[in-house]
Design a binder for this molecule. Structure first.
Ligand SMILES: [Zn+2]
Length: 223
């Protein structure tokens, strides 16, 4: 095919493709009320569109050059790919933050017989080197502790960056520093600050944030 013709044809295909992508992301990925099954179908369509984008993008020679985006990246004026980025199958919206899936929470009051049946999502994404895991499940009967106990319904978000791991659920925010030199199986202790002697507290590089009424606002850990 003649070069000019190939470009014209690709532009036409990409324009139709972006319309489909916008339609799917606007109507379905932003919907909070969608049922799990329905959501899965639209999520699959979105994945397939992501694949189509990759394949259309592979044909693009970025003839018209690049434009600067708000976050100072350069994207192709025709196919929307970031300059210098490797081709891989990824699912991106064209504008705004990258969004994968909708927020899910435990969906049932029932206690399920198995973890598999109670699981709603348990997926990990390696995002530019940071690992993010979302684990959402309904209540289920666990046989982990011999007799069997009911595990509560939960939504747990875990982020790992280098040796720092942060886990967030409904009741706790837990930050764990992984020290390679520390022996496995070594003892761990825990305590509220007022339970620990001042001279021992000085080992902890933690700064508390609070307001004038001593309401807790957060904390900083120095590395
Ligand atoms: Zn291009």
């Amino acid at each position: 095919m003649h070069k000019g013709q190939a470009k014209k044809e690709l532009k036409k295909q990409l324009s139709a493709f972006f319309k489909s992508m916008d339609y799917i992301s606007k109507n379905f990925l932003d919907s909070e009320k969608m049922g799990k099954k329905e959501f899965q179908i639209f999520f699959n369509i979105y994945q397939q569109l992501g694949l189509a984008w990759e394949f259309l993008g592979l044909q693009c020679k970025h003839w018209d050059g690049y434009k600067k985006t708000r976050d100072k990246k350069e994207t192709c004026k025709i196919c929307g790919k970031v300059k210098g980025a490797n081709d891989f199958y990824i699912l991106l919206t064209r504008k705004g933050p990258i969004k994968l899936g909708v927020k899910v929470k435990p969906s049932s009051k029932k206690t399920f017989e198995t973890k598999e049946n109670a699981q709603i999502v348990n997926e990990t994404i390696d995002f530019y080197g940071a690992l993010v895991n979302v684990d959402v499940h309904n209540s289920y009967k666990s046989r982990l502790f011999g007799k069997g106990i009911n595990m509560a319904a939960e939504r747990i978000v875990n982020v790992k960056e280098e040796n720092v791991e942060c886990s967030i659920d409904e009741h706790l925010i837990h930050i764990r520093l992984r020290d390679k030199d520390r022996k496995a199986g070594g003892k761990r202790y825990g305590g509220f600050p007022w339970e620990i002697k001042k001279k021992d507290l000085k080992h902890f590089p933690v700064i508390f944030d609070f307001d004038e009424k001593y309401r807790f606002l957060g904390l900083t850990i120095l590395k």
